[in-house]
Write a protein that binds this ligand. Structure first.
Ligand code: HEC
Length: 471
């Protein structure tokens, strides 16, 4: 019955068209074409990763590139898996938001549904131009990983650490930093941190060797250097690398400090590809060109503000305060099969600060993470919510406008972990999960980039603000 009606209707349309009154039955706007409607979206939102030499598996720069992938593209943009961006759009505005608009998604879907037509070549916009190598142009200074690391072909590779002494005689300030693997395909994630090496160590081929001749495991000392007078807790983390992330531009007058005498630790998480590979990651530095008033501190929800007299971190696991052992949180392990295990960090804002951005870091059981600001009068505001955390995409969410946060506020980072079989990334639901840097263990790092408003580096001491000659 239904089918007959449909056929009759179709016949009716044909008949009417034949009589020259087709406009009455005009189909909606013509199908989008690649050259006119889709290429501009791919050039703007996909090509930064989907081009030769970058992290994505295939280029999307031409019709020939894109056509065979159209079904997969339809599915990935509809599910919002591509481009990767995991912030709940209800909260916050971010200057690096790369998500597609509804209209863009609709155009891509309609294009695929219409059979992925190419369209008129004359409509094709100029292809995007990319600076090869460094994204920000040639750095003022480059610090290389001290050796080229040779990866084994298969198996798990634990975190690899390499150390380079900061080559400057005095503290320098970086407004822009870029960390760039020579072989992005093998770096799952990594970072550059500032550390002190323990007394009696030597550095051989970039490895820290203790007096006993053995390599010193990173956890025994990294990121625990006592901040000096001019150095605030939170200055130790310089920049992270994950696919699609590795460049950070701070705002003029705000910069990362590179303290003379410290070591840069390249903390690298490599993934084997099935054949022997090599990587030598580099750190590009662009010095601040304006006087630096504030240094960017990368801190975590749960840790006290750098200048707070209270030094104890505050964490709450499954509703219960986490006890401290030697001043460090003794977080309980995540039990086997726990589906929605919660861990929350609370930072009291003891003096006015400015917040620039946030990034979640958890491992394979990480499920969601949300930053909530509670103002002194009790009002609450969600700063960022990442409802479906994905270990492969540790995105740094840069606020469009930095937020001034008054003293007496608090910031709470609320995370959940899924150690059940429902979590398709879970390497072992039957296992109790411990806390460490290794990806089979878990982490809770609700990072925030902040400056302390009362700091004014121009008043404390003279600082070098001009780039030096390359050494
Ligand atoms: C930040 C980098 C980045 C951006 C931007 C990005 N992609 Fe991807 N894309 C990747 C990476 C890396 C992969 C492979 C890993 C994965 O699937 O997550 C991928 C995978 C894909 C796949 C699946 C390929 C396969 O093997 O099945 C499709 C389809 C895709 N992207 C389409 C797009 C489209 C369309 C856009 C733009 C609208 C886009 N991507 C933007 C990095 C990116």
């Amino acid at each position: 019955m239904m089918r007959t009606a449909w056929v009759l209707l179709a016949v009716g349309i044909v008949a009417t068209s034949a009589s020259g009154r087709a406009t009455e039955y005009a189909s909606p706007a013509p199908a989008p074409t690649f050259t006119k409607d889709v290429a501009p979206i791919f050039f703007e939102s996909c090509a930064s990763c989907h081009r030769p030499g970058e992290v994505a598996p295939m280029p999307l720069l031409s019709y020939q590139d894109a056509r065979p992938w159209s079904k997969a593209i339809r599915q990935k943009v509809l599910s919002r898996e591509m481009p990767p961006w995991h912030a709940d759009p209800q909260y916050g505005k971010f200057r690096n938001d790369r998500s597609l608009t509804r209209q863009q998604i609709a155009a891509i879907v309609a294009w695929v549904d219409a059979g992925s037509p190419k369209g008129d070549d004359a409509d094709l916009p100029a292809p995007p131009t990319f600076i090869p190598g460094w994204q920000n142009g040639e750095p003022d200074y480059i610090i290389d990983m001290p050796i080229e690391y040779e990866l084994q072909a298969e198996g798990e590779i634990p975190e690899q650490n390499f150390y380079v002494k900061i080559p400057f005689a005095e503290d320098r300030f970086a407004e822009v930093l870029e960390i760039r693997p020579s072989n992005p395909a093998v770096v799952h994630h990594g970072g550059a941190h500032l550390v002190d090496l323990p007394a009696g160590h030597t550095v051989v081929n970039g490895r820290a060797i203790g007096p006993d001749g053995k390599e010193i495991a990173s956890l025994r000392f990294s990121r625990r250097g006592q901040p000096s007078l001019v150095e605030l807790a939170g200055s130790q983390k310089l920049i992270s690398f994950v696919p699609g992330r590795g460049l950070e531009r701070h705002r003029p007058g705000v910069a990362k400090r590179l303290p003379a005498g410290k070591y840069i630790q390249f903390a690298m998480h490599y993934q084997p590809t099935g054949k022997p590979e090599k990587d030598r990651t580099r750190l590009g530095i662009w010095f601040s060109r304006t006087p630096v008033t504030h240094e960017v501190l990368t801190m975590q929800a749960g840790n006290p503000l750098a200048t707070s007299s209270v030094r104890e971190p505050i964490y709450i696991a499954e509703g219960k305060p986490v006890p401290l052992v030697n001043g460090r949180p003794d977080t309980p392990n995540i039990p086997p099969y726990a589906e929605n295990w919660s861990l929350t960090g609370v930072t009291a804002i003891t003096e006015p600060i400015t917040l620039y951005g946030m990034s979640p870091h958890m491992h394979l059981r990480g499920k969601d993470l949300k930053w909530v600001l509670t103002l002194p009068d009790g009002r609450e505001e969600v700063l960022l919510s990442v409802p479906k955390y994905d270990f492969n995409w540790q995105i740094h969410y840069e606020l469009e406008t930095p937020i001034k946060i008054p003293a007496g506020s608090k910031i709470t980072g609320i995370a959940h972990y899924d150690n059940s079989i429902r979590n398709r990334y879970n390497p072992g639901p039957d296992k109790e999960v411990f806390w460490s840097e290794q990806s089979w263990d878990e982490m809770y790092q609700a990072f925030m980039e902040v400056t302390i408003d009362s700091q004014d580096l121009t008043k404390r001491r003279a600082i070098a603000t001009q780039p030096q000659q390359k050494q």
